[in-house]
Design a protein around this ligand. Structure first.
Ligand code: SF4
Length: 699
């Protein structure tokens, strides 16, 4: 949060409110710090403010695809701002705290820990405050400030070059796969210019499930699960109480299910190779061989014999028979799939098999089952492979960091270096934006018009849009508005676009066909073997990266509240760790905190061991999120990135990354005493090695 420097007011002229009388002052926070002679500008307030009175304004959490509605408490306060190129202090309405919006069908008045920390995006000390142009080598991090007029002119000139060469298809736009009118506007603009559809990338991509749902149910989207009314829930790897899909909405529904009803005792079974946060909530944890989860689902559906399923999955026949009996008799019952089972090379089989189980149990569109909120047709997008294989000439990158979020073997940084001109709309320097030629920082979500069309979390479609909660702190601009400005600055301006994103959001949306489930008759289901990179003899462990409860896919590692948040299962904070089966570790002479080298065919990394009694003996797991080479003072050079050593294996049906398809070997390379890098929070005692104090800890 911005400090409240004590700077005396000066006489001001409202007609020239940003060209204010300079004053001499001292402040602990401004650039004047330590130089009392430096002048600090105090701008005239732009709002009518009532001292001490809070107002509450709605917005949308941008930190994952769930699109939870939030309420920001706004109060007056002094903030360091940029106005017309000048730094100064202003008294303005400032968002002080975020909570869930009780009126919102997704968040239902709740907010996850990540959502709570979202406010730090706005006040982050390393946030980019103005447009920048690269001045050194690509990746050197050398940029100079430029004005918005210069930036828009330069980007428009690059697009004019493409148009003059009739090469508009060489413009590409890369972003996250989010359902929103913002993405619709981008797609519309690209199409009108003559470019191809936007490219989307996300490490934890559920496209294979959407595709399976399109085949099984006629809905190319993620389902909403009516957990509140379910009496039997079986999850195949889906971390629906932590990070998967619309986790907040499903956690709330799960909580209501757990309240129980007279005469009904709901049961939750979790199938996985690792005891996750969600698995720890289950009544029963079923350990299943990685890559075979769908076989178990087929056995529960009666489409596979318990004996065959037991042979493949490692789950005892008696357990399979009992689970099948329970699932068919303790209805309403519903099955979920997510996480690692959706990231094997045979993920399409697992998704289809779990869909079969839901079809056989007739859970679709039933109370206690699954449903799909009617939605318009999703924007057509392209996979990232298209721009890796054939570099565009101009690449616009919006809120995605593929250099961090793809395996080293994909050589993403090299692919981006082949792009002649890159524009990033990022608010921070990260591994990807550092490669940009221009950085045109977006407003924070609290300073912008925002919208979301959540695909899951509510049985009904609940598109939302909200105006800014507060005025911008810095010389940033809303990315959709920048794109619209560029479209007008072209030699041949693009016709048929709105003037502003606000205008676009407030115009009536084009009606699109609603999709609703069309259950299909169960048919034969072909098993396909999972393919793992690395010979099982040489690389005996399945490598299981998982979405961090704090950092999700690593995009939130720059938020210090989340670095400080202990992991719910290990209590790890500010660090990375490798989870290894406790018994296996003892047999190998590995103790908690010992340094382990994890090696795949693609490379190796080192991290401290965390002994976990709930992980399969032939698996090791690591949270994704740390190991940034360049991502603000809080995340840079902290821990290691497990994505780097993944094989670039893909799921054939979707072309998306099979991030659960890598085998590794491990070796102890140091002990806890020598390399004390496992930072755990235990009860009220925070164990913290000396080296961890330093960069970033003063904040
Ligand atoms: S689940 Fe958490 S991080 Fe995701 S949108 Fe909701 S509050 Fe934000």
């Amino acid at each position: 949060m911005p400090p409240a420097p004590s700077v005396p007011s000066v006489a001001m002229d409202r007609r020239h409110f940003i060209k204010l009388t300079a004053i001499t002052g001292t402040t602990a926070a401004l650039t004047a710090c330590g130089n009392p002679e430096n002048q600090v500008i105090r701008f005239i307030p732009e709002d009518e403010l009532v001292p001490g009175i809070a107002t509450y304004k709605p917005s949308i959490c941008p930190l994952c695809a769930a699109g939870c509605g939030v309420i920001a408490r706004v109060m007056e306060g002094d903030a360091e701002v940029f106005r017309n190129g000048q730094a100064g202090v202003i008294r303005m309405g400032l968002a002080k705290k975020l909570e869930g919006n009780p009126e919102d069908a997704i968040s239902q008045g709740k907010l996850c820990a990540r959502g709570q920390a979202a406010i730090q995006v706005t006040y982050h000390p390393d946030r980019l405050d103005k447009p920048k142009k690269r001045s050194g080598e690509r990746g050197s991090g050398q940029f100079v400030d430029i004005t918005w007029d210069e930036a828009i002119k330069e980007l428009a000139a690059k697009l004019d070059e493409l148009a003059a060469a009739n090469d508009q298809a060489s413009l590409a736009y890369l972003t996250k796969p989010r359902r929103s009118r913002r993405l619709e506007l981008v797609a519309d603009l690209l199409q009108k210019f003559g470019a191809k559809a936007p490219v989307t990338y996300e490490f934890f991509d559920d496209e294979v499930l959407r595709r399976a749902n399109a085949i099984s149910f006629g809905s190319h989207q993620l389902p909403t699960f009516d957990l509140e009314n379910a009496r039997y829930v079986i999850s195949f790897g889906a971390e629906f109480l932590g990070t998967w899909n619309s986790a907040l909405a499903h956690s709330a529904a799960y909580g209501r299910m757990r309240q129980g009803k007279p005469g009904a005792r709901p049961k939750f079974v979790h199938v996985d190779a690792r005891l996750s946060q969600t698995a720890a909530n289950a009544d029963e944890f079923v350990a299943c061989k990685p890559g075979t989860e769908g076989v178990l689902a087929l056995a529960l559906a009666g489409d596979e014999t318990p004996e065959n399923a037991a042979a493949k999955t490692g789950v005892p026949v008696a357990t399979i028979q009992r689970l099948a009996r329970e699932f068919s008799t303790h209805g309403p019952a519903v099955a979920l799939i997510g996480g690692a089972p959706l990231a094997h090379t045979n993920a399409a089989f697992h998704a289809a098999a779990v869909n079969r189980l839901n079809q056989v149990a007739k859970t679709v569109n039933q109370p206690g089952g699954l449903s799909f909120a009617a939605q318009g047709n999703a924007v057509a997008t392209r996979p990232i492979k298209e721009i890796v294989d054939a570099a565009p000439k101009v690449l616009l990158i919006d809120d995605v960091n593929p250099v961090y979020g793809t395996p080293s073997a994909m050589k993403m940084a090299d692919a981006l270096k082949r792009v002649p001109f890159i524009v990033s709309f990022g608010s921070f320097i990260d591994e990807t934006s550092v490669l940009a030629d221009l950085i045109l920082p977006d407003h924070s979500f609290l300073e912008s018009w925002v919208d979301a069309a959540p695909e899951s979390g509510s049985a009904k479609a609940v598109p939302t849009k909200f105006g800014p909660v507060m005025r911008p702190l810095y010389d940033t601009r809303s990315t959709p508005d920048v794109l619209l400005a560029v479209s007008k600055a072209l030699a041949k301006p693009i016709e048929g676009l709105p003037n502003t994103f606000e205008e676009y959001l407030n115009a009536e949306a084009k009606p699109t066909a609603a999709s609703s489930p069309k259950p299909q008759a169960p048919g034969p289901m072909a098993w396909s073997e999972p393919v793992f990179d690395g010979d099982a003899g040489q690389y005996p462990y399945h490598f299981m990266p998982y979405a961090s409860a704090q950092f999700y896919d690593g995009s939130l590692a720059h938020l210090p509240w989340l670095q400080e948040l202990p992991d719910p299962m290990t209590s790890g904070m500010w660090c990375s760790w490798v989870e290894i089966n406790e018994q296996k570790a003892l047999a190998l002479g590995i103790a908690q905190g010992d340094i382990i080298e994890v090696t795949s065919t693609q490379g190796s990394l080192r991290a401290p061991a965390f002994l976990n009694p709930g992980i399969a003996p032939d698996a090791v797991a690591m949270p994704v999120g740390q190991g940034h080479a360049n991502f603000t003072r809080y995340a840079t050079d902290r821990g290691v990135n497990p994505i780097t050593i993944l094989a670039p294996a893909t799921i054939a049906e979707t072309g998306t990354l099979a991030w659960s398809a890598t085998r590794v070997k491990i070796a102890k390379v140091g002990d806890k005493e020598t390399y004390d890098s496992l930072i755990l929070f235990g009860g009220a005692t925070r164990e913290r090695p000396d080296w961890a104090h330093g960069r970033g800890d003063e904040h």
